[in-house]
Ligand binder design. Structure first.
Ligand code: WT7
Length: 640
């Protein structure tokens, strides 16, 4: 195999070099408890914990705890403790959809706005432990809303603005939220997103006592008396001081819904002390953060990446973080680099799908801008193909900036496998090696742990502070989903290869989860949306390789007797999925078929459906267990 190796660029003068990384690994191995408590010292605690991790993955005593007797408040860690020395430092740079339209908030401003929001929530009766939904654009008020929840001990659940009212309603119901914070509208790529209208639609099925509406575009929106509050109307009257609630380390901080291979999205629960330690530690380690850096992670706060590396990780390190409310191709394909130059961005973190989309437009939109401020590049969300990695490195980074390919998940809270930019030789396409204290294992189908170079299912042994603690309202589902397949281990759902140098190469999901543009889509959710259409009998959804998105959605659909498939119905079905889930889950291809390949016991053979969607014409493996083997021929003939 021809793998290129890129040494750490010589003049990349990182705080953590190869020797320091060796030391960290040694410390983590020699005395893990002490190592983790040392990391916890990055935070300011009201009561410093006496113990680090405590977990058991056994079904009858299933729990995970970190720093359990510690007490702290995360908003204090992100704000108050920086004020004396860094109050005038820029905390957030808001970069709106229109280039240059936006503004900055200093740490003091963010602190004051957070306190205002916190006081407003309190005045509406929101208290410690209550759930608050956040359905907002990428504006600084969204970060203030998250921090305000953290301040009063309310549990936030951010829902990406691209999710439909139905999805929002499902999440509100699942966590029994008592308030929604939203904006009048969002604007992305020049297009308006009717956020408040979506909230109103969502609340038709289940209302909440309080909706707070921040003005983003100033559009006229319907307001319901007694429930809806315009933030601008009350802001002046709100105090800019608010006493923080002292939280126990294991008090929940947020719920973030994510798709799995079965059923409805799960509410992934992260708690306060461990999550905060992990976000702060990994931000510092992997992004080699310095006081003058301008850090830009392009993710939306609706995803875990936005939680950990737009808001909590950077702010806990009193960094300057860019909140970008636009898209990579608006107003043109040079947008990222024009913005990098204008803001002086030094660390840039984005998704492979964005890199591939930009790569297709050629080098000119990149070269048109200087990018000389950038010193470090990162990627996250899906495997990056070596061609895209090389382009990112050579064209965007001019061959002088390390590229950190960071592997992690909503469930892991923060980065687990990644190069250290000043210490790890890079291999394009590999997330390289685990962080200190992280223990990946490869396991085969027979549950054997594989040694040395091998391919298998990626598991983690032991725990780390940022690990999720439970599925909201369904602790057993947490156990079943992640700890049942391989007893005593956390199973990631990813396939992976480890090479002769101990480098990890993530090959993608091995479960029924599709990674579309770095966003997780559960096949079961899309299928249940498709079959809710009156003409549809059955649906089976798989992923197939897509040049830009990484994977896209291919849906096989059988219709009720007498119904006919065609482009009209395809449109209706796409509309159905957009309505039920959101545009991001819309199938790229819909294949009407008379039958699905099933075993005699009625189980759909997805392996065959995946092959056909990929474009294979043979190599379907053993088809003798199919109830009707001729269905394969018919499917091949109808491929989309
Ligand atoms: C899944 C997690 C991590 C925050 C964004 C996505 C895939 C993520 C990488 C990477 C290869 C990656 C995995 C993982 N993934 N990063 N660097 N290389 N694959 O979070 O929605 O929870 O998805 O994204 O398949 O399991 P998520």
């Amino acid at each position: 195999m021809s793998e290129s190796v890129h040494p750490v660029p010589e003049d990349f003068n990182a705080r953590i070099g190869a020797r320091e990384l060796d030391e960290l690994n040694d410390l983590a191995n020699a005395d893990p408890d002490r190592f983790w408590l040392d990391q916890a010292r990055r935070l300011t605690w009201n009561k410093f914990p006496t113990k680090a991790g405590d977990w058991s993955f056994k079904e009858d005593d299933f729990h995970i705890q970190w720093f359990a007797d510690g007490e702290l408040n995360l908003s204090v860690n992100c704000l108050d403790r920086h004020l004396a020395e860094h109050g005038d430092r820029t905390a957030l740079i808001f970069e709106a959809d229109e280039p240059g339209e936006g503004h900055r908030w200093t740490y003091r401003q963010l602190y004051e706005e957070t306190c205002r929001f916190a006081n407003l929530l309190k005045s509406r009766g929101v208290a410690k432990g209550d759930r608050v939904m956040i359905y907002m654009p990428m504006i600084p008020e969204a970060a203030a809303a998250m921090l305000a929840c953290a301040r009063i001990g309310a549990i936030h659940s951010v829902v990406f603005g691209g999710f439909s009212p139905d999805s929002l309603a499902g999440r509100i119901a699942d966590c029994d939220a008592c308030a929604v914070i939203t904006a009048d509208e969002g604007v992305r790529g020049g297009k308006k997103i009717p956020l408040k209208r979506n909230v109103d639609t969502a609340l038709e099925t289940r209302d909440v006592p309080t909706v707070i509406v921040v003005a983003r575009t100033g559009a006229e929106v319907a307001m319901k008396d007694g429930r809806d509050i315009r933030y601008a109307d009350v802001r002046e009257g709100l105090s800019t001081e608010c006493n923080p609630e002292i939280m126990r380390a294991e008090d929940p901080l947020f719920i973030l819904y994510t798709s799995g291979s079965t059923g409805k999205p799960k509410g992934v629960v992260h708690t306060t002390g461990g999550y905060a330690t992990w976000a702060a530690t990994t931000f510092d380690w992997i992004f080699d953060y310095r006081l003058d850096d301008i850090f830009w992670c392009t993710a939306d706060i609706g995803w875990i990446t936005g939680h950990s590396y737009v808001v909590y990780g950077p702010l806990a390190n009193r960094a300057t973080s860019v909140m970008f409310d636009g898209v990579p191709n608006y107003p043109d394909f040079g947008r990222f680099w024009e913005t990098v130059d204008r803001l002086g961005v030094t660390i840039f973190y984005t998704a492979p799908t964005a890199i591939r989309a930009l790569m297709r437009e050629g080098d000119e939109p990149v070269k048109r801008h200087s990018r000389k401020s950038i010193r470090l590049l990162g990627t996250v969300g899906e495997p990056i193909n070596p061609e895209a990695w090389e382009w990112y490195w050579r064209v965007v980074g001019d061959g002088r900036c390390p590229v950190v390919d960071t592997w992690w998940q909503t469930e892991t809270g923060g980065i687990l496998i990644s190069p250290f930019p000043g210490a790890t030789e890079m291999k394009p396409g590999s997330a390289t090696k685990p962080l200190p204290g992280i223990h990946p294992l490869l396991v085969d189908a027979a549950h054997r742990v594989l040694e040395g170079p091998a391919s298998g299912n990626l598991c983690l042994s032991g725990s780390w502070p940022g690990q999720m603690r439970t599925v909201w309202n369904d602790h057993f589902r947490f156990f079943e989903t992640y700890f049942k397949t391989y007893s005593g281990l956390y199973f990631t759902g990813d396939g992976c290869r480890r090479d002769e140098d101990g480098y990890y190469w993530i090959t993608g999901r091995v479960d029924d989860v599709i990674n579309v543009s770095g966003h997780r889509i559960g096949t079961a959710e899309v299928e249940s949306s498709l079959v809710s259409h009156p003409k549809v009998a059955e649906a089976a959804v798989v992923g197939f390789p897509h040049d830009i998105k990484g994977q896209a959605i291919y849906a096989y659909v059988t219709l009720n007797a007498g119904e006919e498939g065609g482009d009209e119905l395809r449109k209706e079905l796409v509309q159905e999925v957009r309505h039920d889930i959101g545009a991001l889950a819309a199938p790229e291809k819909i294949h009407f078929t008379l039958a699905l390949p099933k075993t005699r016991s009625g189980k759909i053979m997805r392996r065959i459906l995946r092959k056909i969607a990929e474009g294979a014409t043979d190599g379907f493996g053993d088809t003798s267990t199919l109830a009707d083997p001729s269905v394969v021929e018919a499917l091949l003939a109808g491929r989309q």
